[in-house]
Design a protein around this ligand. Structure first.
Ligand SMILES: *[C@@H]1O[C@H](CO)[C@@H](O)[C@H](O)[C@H]1NC(C)=O
Ligand SMILES: *[C@@H]1O[C@H](CO)[C@@H](O)[C@H](O)[C@H]1NC(C)=O
Length: 263
């Protein structure tokens, strides 16, 4: 009797896993933005509880983004940026949302060319991707902040290094140093501008279809960064990982496996 029950639970948990995975993938898609702010793609980032939402227009090389995260403390800041030269923080072209002054107004948005581990000032510095439509708002529960912007990218950018961060305090309009815990230091990944799955049907702008006889967007090679380590499918979770499921989803898979074992 008991062995049968255990087997039944295992069988039940197996089909449940894909459902949990899609729930994890869909977490960012439940974000409710103000009217007029919609994005074709979103991704739950693997660290610091953050997500990135974006629309890439390959015909104009523009990238509209919304980055969502909670500051490390209520009076802190959140930041996201692209690093065209390296994978880490140094070189990142960042958008930063900072909690308003003591009056608690809307978050301020600044841009910073991060040149190293040096204190940032209160004034924005020019970034390599001219940014327009900068804005930020508070996203209700959990004290999350959202920073919006439209970046003018360089021609041909398809897979880019992204870096994000959260800090706990703001002094004189400048973001104070963030913590250096493992998650803070690991808050970086590759952003595939065309999205995880090629956004085929329902493209909102038919005009953006075939660009000057060029190859279809996303099929023009040089996406080596995206094609990371196809894990030889030993276990179900490895198979899922090689199918391009994001890290949080794999963590959920691992949790499901753990629960199945416990049961
Ligand atoms: C950012 O800073 C680096 C290092 O000082 C500099 O070489 C680069 O030109 C700066 N970028 C912009 C857009 O100002
Ligand atoms: C791919 O990237 C490499 C190195 O960054 C570059 O030399 C090469 O020209 C690129 N190829 C294409 C098709 O863009």
């Amino acid at each position: 009797m008991a062995p049968h029950l255990a087997l039944l639970l295992l069988l039940l948990s197996a089909p449940a896993a894909p459902l949990l995975v899609s729930a994890a993938i869909g977490a960012c898609s439940s974000e409710k933005f103000p009217a007029g702010r919609t994005f074709q793609h979103c991704e739950d980032l693997p660290k610091l509880g953050a997500s990135i939402h974006w629309t890439h227009d390959a015909s104009t090389n523009t990238l509209s983004v919304a980055f969502v995260a909670a500051p490390a403390s209520p009076g802190g800041w959140v930041a996201w940026g692209l690093n065209p030269t390296a994978e880490g923080m140094t070189g990142t072209q960042a958008l930063v949302a900072l909690k308003g002054g003591a009056s608690g107004g809307a978050p301020a948005v600044k841009t910073y060319n991060i040149t190293g581990y040096v204190p940032l000032g209160a004034a924005s510095t020019p970034i390599a991707f001219p940014a327009t439509d900068l804005a930020a708002d508070a996203a209700g529960a959990g004290g999350r902040m959202r920073v919006y912007g439209k970046l003018q990218l360089h021609k041909g950018m398809r897979v880019v290094n992204q870096v994000w961060q959260v800090g706990s305090s703001v002094t004189g309009g400048a973001p104070d140093k963030h913590a250096f815990a493992a998650d803070n230091l690991a808050a970086k990944s590759k952003l595939v501008l065309a999205g995880k799955a090629a956004a085929s049907g329902g493209a909102p702008t038919p005009a953006a279809a075939p660009v000057a006889g060029g190859p279809a967007a996303g099929s023009s090679g040089n996406e080596s960064g995206a094609a990371a380590s196809p894990a030889a499918g030993k276990s179900p979770s490895a198979a899922v990982a090689s199918a391009g499921v994001s890290a949080p989803a794999v963590i959920v898979m691992a949790l499901v496996g753990f629960l199945a074992t416990v049961w």
